[in-house]
Design a protein around this ligand. Structure first.
Ligand code: DOR
Ligand code: ZN
Length: 423
């Protein structure tokens, strides 16, 4: 199969250039000013931007075990609608991904039925209970790309130290969901002015910061590769900045929602604004944007966390934490940050492609000759709307539900095959 993408503005070697791109079978074979060779499929990308396929290193596919929320087919289709071609699946499924049988199951199903490449993250502790180290070694030989107890956090510092020693032996990065349970308690939203106003229990910034500070020290001691998931406070960012300056191997990600929204979004008791870590203050949000620009925050990850309506449409205190993010990621970032001039399109694309891939040693995502044809085409002048029936995910729990955002993914191409075509 040959596909020719003509007349688009392509992101090649860090710059936007007018180029035609030829795909033969699974690979990009030519990138030139004008290609006039006949191809089986010709896409006229006039007016569109051509990006490398997006890479999300933090996705909850809910498969196995919670497939009423999402499964590998719907989750990767949601990825394709969002322009993503690769994702890393978090292990907090049922059963937890702490053994090779479950790793195999996800890899096989994704390969057979998926609309995106799925890399598996294994649990750091058995059943992610924070009591005993998981079988990291066998899972590593089966292809996991990192370990994490995301959604949960190992509270015992001695066990965390041992997890770091063990993971580091096998060259596995550790992804940490930083939350001290005694400090977060039964908190629902950020412990700040909105929690006070609404009478909701707060989750203090400290609950995140003390664990980041602990884990940086443990990583220094063990020489581990530590990646901090969904960073959300200004102080956390300062801790990471200092650790990077000292030369430690610490990286971190931020979600689109923490870059765009604040605790104010919770004023209407919309449970689609409830997630962990919670939406923070405007000062925290601005610190996240600045740190993403500076490179202190390395990349963007969605923390796509599907939950069904019957779980989310209920009293705030009883709704689960989490929002979907694959489909809204690029339009929300473009609409709220790039279009108003707060951050460059180049930085957003890097933070969604080459950087996250490099953090977990995934194959690079770039428009280069000889690379897999993982590509997305976006029209920045069209809008994407998020009516429930348009959302590809099985779950509809997004803070941008029923809204329209600028920027629309028109095509997503995975290994030369079209996985998404907007109508
Ligand atoms: O809000 C969240 N939901 N944060 C997490 O860390 C886990 C996730 C989930 O699995 O629902
Ligand atoms: Zn998560």
């Amino acid at each position: 199969m040959t596909t020719l993408i003509k007349n688009g503005t392509a992101y090649v070697d860090g710059a936007f250039v007018k180029k035609d791109i030829l795909i033969e079978d699974k690979l990009i074979t030519r990138i030139e000013d004008k290609i006039n060779e006949p191809a089986e499929k010709v896409i006229d990308a006039k007016g569109m931007h051509v990006f490398p396929g997006f890479v999300d290193i933090h996705v909850h596919l809910r498969d196995p075990g919670q497939t009423y929320k999402e499964d590998i087919v719907s989750g990767t289709r949601s990825a394709a609608r969002g322009g993503f071609t690769s994702l890393c699946a978090m292990p907090n499924t049922d059963p937890v991904v702490d053994n090779i049988a479950t790793v195999d199951y996800i890899q096989r199903r994704a390969k057979d039925l998926g609309s995106a490449k799925v890399y598996v993250i294994g649990a750091m502790t058995k059943k992610s209970e924070g009591l005993e180290i998981s079988e990291m070694a066998t899972m590593k030989s089966d292809g996991i790309v990192a370990v994490s107890d995301d959604g949960k956090c190992v509270q015992n510092a001695k066990l965390m130290l041992n997890c770091m020693r063990y993971a580091t032996n096998f060259g596995l990065p550790l992804i940490v969901h930083a939350e001290d349970y005694n400090l977060s308690g039964s908190g629902q939203i950020h412990a700040g002015k909105i929690a006070l106003k609404l009478g909701l229990t707060g989750i203090p910034a400290l609950a995140e910061e003390v664990i980041i500070s602990r884990d940086i020290m443990l990583a220094e001691n063990t020489g581990s590769r530590l990646h901090i998931a969904h960073i959300s406070t200004a102080r956390s960012i300062e801790l990471v900045r200092e650790a990077k300056q000292l030369g430690f191997n610490i990286t971190c990600e931020v979600t689109p929602h923490h870059l765009i929204l604040t605790e104010d979004a919770c004023l209407g008791f919309d449970t689609n604004t409830k997630m962990k870590p919670p939406l923070r203050t405007e000062a925290d949000r601005q610190a996240c944007v600045q740190a993403l620009k500076d490179g202190i925050i390395d990349c963007i990850a969605t923390d796509h966390a599907p939950h069904a309506d019957f779980e989310k449409v209920r009293e705030f205190d009883h709704a689960p934490f989490g929002v979907i993010g694959l489909e809204t990621a690029f339009p929300a970032l473009y609409h709220h940050l790039v279009k108003p001039g707060h951050i460059s399109l180049e930085r957003i694309v890097d933070a969604l492609t080459s950087v996250p891939a490099s953090l977990l040693d995934l194959p690079p995502s770039a428009l280069k000759i000889g690379y897999p044809a993982d590509i997305c085409l976006v029209d920045l002048n069209q809008e994407t709307s998020f009516e429930p029936e348009e959302i590809a995910s099985k779950s509809k729990n997004t803070p941008w539900l029923n809204q329209k955002l600028s920027g629309k993914v028109i095509y997503t191409i995975l290994d030369g095959r079209i996985t998404w075509e907007a109508i």
